[in-house]
Design a protein around this ligand. Structure first.
Ligand code: 4AD
Ligand code: MG
Length: 485
């Protein structure tokens, strides 16, 4: 018989009084009688009560942590506190033993570092199972939101020859013999001999292809793995992460900001609706962690209150130029507490972003109108009258969404739709126009104003789960010097 999910057993009152089968992994076995069984359908366990006269001591000795068992029995109202119902087990079978001496994860609190080293088993802990159920809710919510808004899911390629972000941080894809590659007449590696007949790499963004889609289908979004060979070993960076990139024709920067804010709120509302028990667990976990910090470093709001706050309040929208003014007037700048200097023209560092969000506005902030020099070639150049225009220097119609505790979670822009302006900007930024002839064709044939953005899935999941390290919100993190499991 197919086992009934424990979530249904606990939530569906109609199942009380029926006999059914559940299967899962033992969390604890208490008083030689009570199995706390978890099957991953919910963070809550089902208490399975064993009749010692029916189940011999040699079987009971096998109910060790993480042993897989299948129980059949009657669901009854629980006499104990802590759970509404429990199972009176009439039949139990050990499906897979788990040697208690060797199983690395014990029913006690382990450090996240230890669990990362045991990443193959960490999904069996409350923390990680909660995180990955929420990650599912967020992923599904993304499709739901864009579908409701009339966007088409558009699959951009993982293998590409173009560096969309122009940052030169790409992984090469090749079938050439690394030790003995074919050479051309100049003595360089001859990529004409390579599988794709040209140097090919893993994508850093599906945007350029999404733009092609948007200029035909109107509205598209991509949602796929993205790769960056940036050597930043931080709690916010992965070498392989998932990005969502909507792109819409006839949308300007204001529409782009509305779409981004709407997406964040849709996802938060969905998680609050569907994942409350996981959130309550993570909220308590975060409170414990916060209690170990000095008072002035503690967050003002708990996890659930923070999510509700972001859901209920409009995001602040400011220009880069105003953001710099705020930072120049700020205490940490005047007391020289920022590590990086502040002046018009700099790229905002994470410490600056966090000051704006956490100290100054105390809510998510969308910054627009960044200097053109620090942003990608495809962003639209501002003219007087455009939101974000500045007389201090050339700005572009960029927008970054900054979140508390994290900094940038979304980067986007209105795109440069004017062929001559785009070509000039590409030249200035040394972006090879001849390789991007197909991209430029969209500006030659029926170009229109359009805009889009990229949301980093893991950064968003960090925010909704209250986790502190991006390695803990992707099942198998890939970071510099680490690709195990
Ligand atoms: O700001 P980025 O680089 O923007 C783009 O790639 C544009 N092509 C998006 C667009 O307009 N279609 O990246 C977008 C988001 C960031 O805001 C961040 O959340 C995430 O992707 N991100 C990373 N997440 C984890 N690890 C990394 N190394 C990341 N790099 C970017
Ligand atoms: Mg960015």
């Amino acid at each position: 018989m197919e086992p009934t999910p424990i979530k249904s057993v606990l939530d569906n009152e109609a199942l009380t009084g029926t006999t059914l089968t559940v299967a899962g992994w033992v969390r604890t076995f208490r008083n030689d009688r009570f199995i706390a069984l978890n099957d991953g359908s919910t963070i809550r366990n089902l208490q399975c009560v064993i009749d010692q006269e029916q189940v011999g001591s040699e079987i009971r000795a096998r109910f060790t942590t993480s042993a897989a068992v299948r129980c059949t029995g009657l669901i009854v109202e629980s006499k104990g506190s802590g759970q509404r119902v429990e199972m009176q087990v009439t039949n139990v079978e050990v499906l897979g033993d788990s040697d208690a001496e060797k199983y690395p994860i014990q029913p006690k609190k382990h450090s996240l570092e230890f669990l990362r080293e045991n990443a193959h088993l960490r999904f069996r802990t409350n923390t990680y199972s909660a995180v990955f159920r929420i990650r599912h809710q967020v992923s599904f919510g993304i499709h739901e939101y864009f579908d409701q808004q009339g966007y088409n899911y558009f699959h951009s390629p993982i293998i590409t020859a173009s560096d969309a972000e122009g940052a030169g941080e790409m992984f090469r894809v090749s079938t050439l013999d690394a030790k003995n590659p074919p050479l051309n007449e100049a003595g360089e590696v001859d990529f004409k001999e390579d599988f794709f007949g040209a140097e090919s790499r893993l994508t850093v963004s599906g945007q350029l292809q999404a733009e092609l889609g948007a200029l035909a289908l109107g509205k598209v979004y991509t949602f796929g793995p993205t790769f960056r060979a940036e050597n930043s070993n931080t709690a916010r960076h992965l070498a392989e992460f998932w990005m969502i990139e909507p792109e819409a024709a006839f949308m300007d920067l204001h529409g782009d900001m509305d779409l981004a804010e709407g997406l964040c709120k849709h996802l938060i509302a969905r998680v609050l609706r569907n994942s409350m028990d996981d959130l309550q667990f993570l909220d308590a976990r975060l409170k414990e962690e916060e209690a170990t910090k000095p008072k002035e470093q503690r967050a003002e709001l708990g996890l659930i209150d923070r999510l509700k706050f972001v859901l209920d309040n409009p995001f602040e929208r400011i220009t880069y130029t105003d953001a710099i003014d705020i930072l120049l007037r700020s205490k940490p700048h005047q007391k020289k507490q920022f590590q990086f200097p502040v002046e018009w023209g700099i790229d905002l560092q994470s410490e600056h972003e966090r000051y704006l969000v956490e100290k100054h506005f105390k809510k998510p902030v969308i910054v627009t109108g960044y200097p053109g020099k620090i942003k990608a070639f495809y962003m639209r150049t501002n003219a007087p009258g455009d939101f974000g225009y500045s007389d201090k220097g050339t700005t572009v119609a960029a927008m970054d969404v900054l979140f508390p505790g994290i900094g940038e979670i979304i980067g986007g822009s209105q795109r440069e739709e004017r062929l001559d302006v785009l070509e000039a900007r590409m030249k200035e930024m040394h972006v090879p126009a001849e390789e991007l002839w197909w991209y430029l064709d969209t500006r030659r044939f029926g170009t229109v104003p359009h805009a889009g953005f990229g949301l980093g899935l893991e950064r968003f999941v960090l925010f909704v789960t209250g986790m502190g390290n991006i390695r803990d919100v992707i099942p198998f993190p890939r970071t510099p010097k680490s690709a195990e499991f």
